[in-house]
Design a protein around this ligand. Structure first.
Ligand SMILES: NC(=O)c1ccc[n+]([C@@H]2O[C@H](COP(=O)([O-])OP(=O)(O)OC[C@H]3O[C@@H](n4cnc5c(N)ncnc54)[C@H](O)[C@@H]3O)[C@@H](O)[C@H]2O)c1
Length: 366
């Protein structure tokens, strides 16, 4: 039998690195670590389920390990201090490499701790959720949360390598899998006909335990993110397109109470709202796009709009609370929210200010 295919996507940032994707790629970890000292910062649940795969790297076998989380608990500010103390207690020097293992939360913490420890040591990211493989582990953004909001304290710190082992996805709870699919769908709208068409062909067969098909979806998303990030490493322009659906999604997550609606599920509803806004504002040029996206949302088990999300939640989100949450978005310029709106597959318009009455109507506050 031929071994499952492995994909490699180069990311042309400064420094450049490679994202290795496919079932079993964690067995390459040793090559990226060499003989230098290293330490592991890992999501507790991922470590419990998939920690054995890390033993393939000799340098990591006896390395100090810090379990964090699970999930968003890793991004409390106090956890950053704990992670830095852990690196110092392990007496790591500047040659050290931190390995981040888990979902986006553990990866964000590991990346931030690595970027701060001794003014910066290397980090290798080994993401174990679909969302982290298609999005969070690539691009070098790191962060923890503050009381005032999510991701308010962070750095840009590109990893030395990313190993996205799609075999680890088999154990994902369905909400976390769907969350990743929300980002895949967003990326499909951003990249245009190729990934959108691929998704239309494969949506019904995409499953957490089909590591090879998942690897194809991950590779296509990473190729897109790599191109965007290489063109705009510090989000001075084009990188903002990755926020398609996110202004609405952040408002949904905040109004629902963080942790209640998985991020990518909120992005799916946010994408539906962005399509409706684009149509109403005369920005949308491809009239067939909303129906294509809605069909994919149905097949992927994702909400197509606010009404569908509210039906899933049981208790509808309050329109006024959504509006207030929108005003809170940290990307708001002088408190007026700006939106990324779809024009056609592969094309968006950035920084659109929408009529407040339209926004209120879309959010059910008018
Ligand atoms: N840095 C970036 O560019 C970027 C981009 C997008 C999102 N993010 C951040 O990523 C975070 C969300 O990441 P996420 O969606 O991966 O969630 P997460 O890290 O919170 O993980 C979700 C859950 O899955 C569990 N888990 C992880 N791997 C598993 C596995 N293989 N099997 C079973 N369970 C597993 C975790 O324990 C956790 O309970 C947010 O904090 C967000 O801000 C960062």
């Amino acid at each position: 039998m031929t071994p499952p295919k492995r994909r490699a996507v180069p990311v042309a940032t400064e420094p450049a690195y490679e994202v290795r994707i496919g079932p079993g790629v964690l067995d390459e970890l040793g090559e990226h670590l060499g003989d230098e000292p290293c330490a592991l910062i890992a999501d507790a649940r991922a470590l419990e389920l998939h920690g054995a795969a890390l033993d393939a790297a000799p340098a990591l076998r006896d390395a100090p390990r810090l379990a964090v989380g699970p999930g968003e608990r890793a991004k409390r500010f106090a956890e950053l201090e704990r992670a830095l103390d852990f690196l110092a207690d392990a007496r790591l020097d500047r040659r050290a490499t931190v390995v981040g293992f888990g979902g986006g939360a553990a990866g964000d913490l590991a990346g931030l701790a690595a970027s701060l420890y001794m003014r910066g040591v290397d980090v290798v990211q080994a993401p174990t959720t679909l969302l982290a493989q298609v999005d969070a582990s690539v691009g070098g953004k790191t962060a923890v949360n503050l009381a005032a909001g999510k991701n308010l304290a962070g750095t840009f710190h590109q990893p030395r390598a990313v190993l996205a082992d799609t075999a680890t996805l088999a154990t994902l709870p369905s909400d976390e899998w769907r969350s990743g699919l929300g980002e895949v769908l967003k990326t499909a709208v951003l990249t245009g006909p190729e990934l959108l068409g691929w998704l239309e062909q494969h949506a019904d067969a995409l499953r957490p335990d089909d590591a090879d098909r998942a690897a194809e979806a991950v590779a296509q998303c990473v190729r897109h993110k790599a191109a965007v990030v290489a063109a705009d490493e510090r989000e001075a322009g084009r990188r903002a397109e990755l926020n398609l659906g996110h202004t609405f999604a952040h408002a949904i997550e905040r109004a629902a109470g963080f942790g209640r609606v998985p991020h990518g599920v909120a992005v799916s509803a946010g994408l539906g709202l962005a399509l409706a806004a684009a149509r109403a504002a005369g920005v949308l040029e491809d009239e067939a796009l909303p129906a294509r996206v809605a069909d994919l949302q149905r097949r992927l088990g994702l909400p197509r709009d606010l009404a569908a999300l509210n039906a899933d939640l049981g208790t509808p989100l309050d329109g006024a609370a959504l509006l207030a949450a929108l005003a809170h978005d940290k990307k708001a310029l002088r408190s007026e929210p700006r939106f990324v709106l779809p024009v056609r597959p592969g094309q968006v318009r950035l920084g659109v200010a929408l009529d407040p009455a339209l926004v209120a109507r879309l959010l059910g506050a008018a």
